[in-house]
Design a binder for this molecule. Structure first.
Ligand code: SAM
Ligand code: SF4
Length: 340
């Protein structure tokens, strides 16, 4: 396979794939460990990667610096549960010092947020996505297979006090499981000024229970919501990089979004790359290959070597994930091992 040359004087555009997509967003997983066991993500008896494989903060920062020299501008920290990685605020500080990085964001289940929100805000974290599928303790437990709803609500309250640029709530929709959560979640978010987004269930669960019939589509979720709040009005997303299809409520109070990777794939405008906690670049959640940055980082690879690896990874990106087609292959890694 040929890979593009990294030209240090003209690094922009190196991360353009064969279909013309420019990549500006890097999702960095900092751990595969988690304090929940969501049915759609992790197995109950999860075993975790050897800690020696985990990239250090300096190794992550080096990858981010190289990626930023090739056009990456935004970083989202994820996992596993990223707040389980000790001293995460120090990584946020380090990444905010990378000159071309414009924004560092975080996706968390919120369990440890109450204690860490202030430190993260001080470190420069600007946006926060908190995953919350249910406001009902027993259904929360059924989905997450652990308790913790109250702690998440406390975390959200504390985060609300910290002045983040945005706080979004992400809720996975699963047929037969989450329908009754739609209206209470919408009300909860509207009252607090949080932007709610419903995400379709993707075939990335470790237990391999996913099938098309479990996918409660964004359109179905919207119809259920509209039966209670009236017709929603389609609006343009403020942020073109976001995959959600956004709607405002008729009274103008609040916005709700639908991320529909299964029923309405947005692969044609994908601008994301991923770095797993064990140091593998990936060009798609559904990629069946990894590009090994850890080996280069630990075996004396140069920044140019890392740049070439990333360019090769981008160059190999498929046009679409192909969910629902005969050729679709599930990746070997489940969501918690990639970083959502
Ligand atoms: N632990 C953190 C959290 O839950 O926010 C960060 C990692 S989690 C893997 C990132 C996001 O992926 C969460 O919003 C979660 O709901 C979502 N997710 C996990 N498995 C999924 C699946 N099979 N389909 C759709 N979304 C999924
Ligand atoms: Fe943990 Fe997030 Fe996966 Fe739930 S979705 S098991 S909180 S990593």
């Amino acid at each position: 396979m040929t890979c593009p040359e990294v030209d240090a004087n003209n690094p922009q555009g190196v991360l353009v794939d064969q279909f013309g997509r420019q990549h500006v967003d890097l999702r960095v997983s900092v751990t595969d460990r988690c304090n929940l066991r969501c049915t759609y993500c992790m197995p109950l008896d999860a075993s975790f990667m050897n800690q020696q494989k985990l990239l250090s903060f300096d190794e992550v920062t080096r990858c981010v610096r190289v990626a930023s020299e090739m056009g990456v501008r935004t970083i989202r920290l994820t996992g596993g549960e990223p707040l389980m990685r000790p001293n995460l605020r120090r990584l946020v500080e380090q990444l905010m010092q990378v000159s071309r990085i414009e924004e560092v964001a975080l996706t968390t289940n919120g369990l440890l947020l109450a204690d860490q929100a202030a430190g993260l805000a001080q470190a420069g974290l600007s946006r926060l996505n908190v995953s919350l599928d249910s406001l009902d303790e027993s259904r929360f437990k059924k989905i997450a297979r652990r308790s913790g709803l109250q702690r998440i609500l406390e975390g959200l309250e504390e985060a609300g006090r910290q002045g983040f640029r945005s706080i979004r709530i992400n809720a996975v929709s699963i047929r037969g499981l989450t329908e009754q959560e739609i209206v209470p979640l919408a009300k909860f978010c509207r009252e607090r000024g949080f932007r709610l987004r419903f995400i379709e269930f993707m075939p990335l669960d470790a237990d391999d229970i996913w099938s098309c019939k479990h996918v409660l589509t964004g359109q179905e979720v919207r119809r259920i919501l509209e039966m209670h709040v009236g017709q929603l009005k389609r609006i343009e997303s403020e942020d073109s990089g976001q995959p959600s299809v956004d709607y405002s409520y008729t009274d103008g109070q609040g916005i709700v979004g639908f991320i529909n990777p299964v029923s309405q794939p947005f692969c044609d405008r994908c601008d994301r790359l991923r770095l797993t906690a064990d140091g593998q670049f990936r060009n798609c959640l559904f990629s069946t290959s990894d590009w090994d940055a850890r080996a280069l980082l630990r075996d004396g690879g140069t920044d140019k070597d890392l740049g070439l690896l990333l360019a090769t990874c981008v160059n190999a990106k498929h046009f679409s994930h192909g969910i629902g087609t005969k050729s679709f292959q599930r990746p070997l890694r489940a969501m918690y091992q990639i970083g959502g």
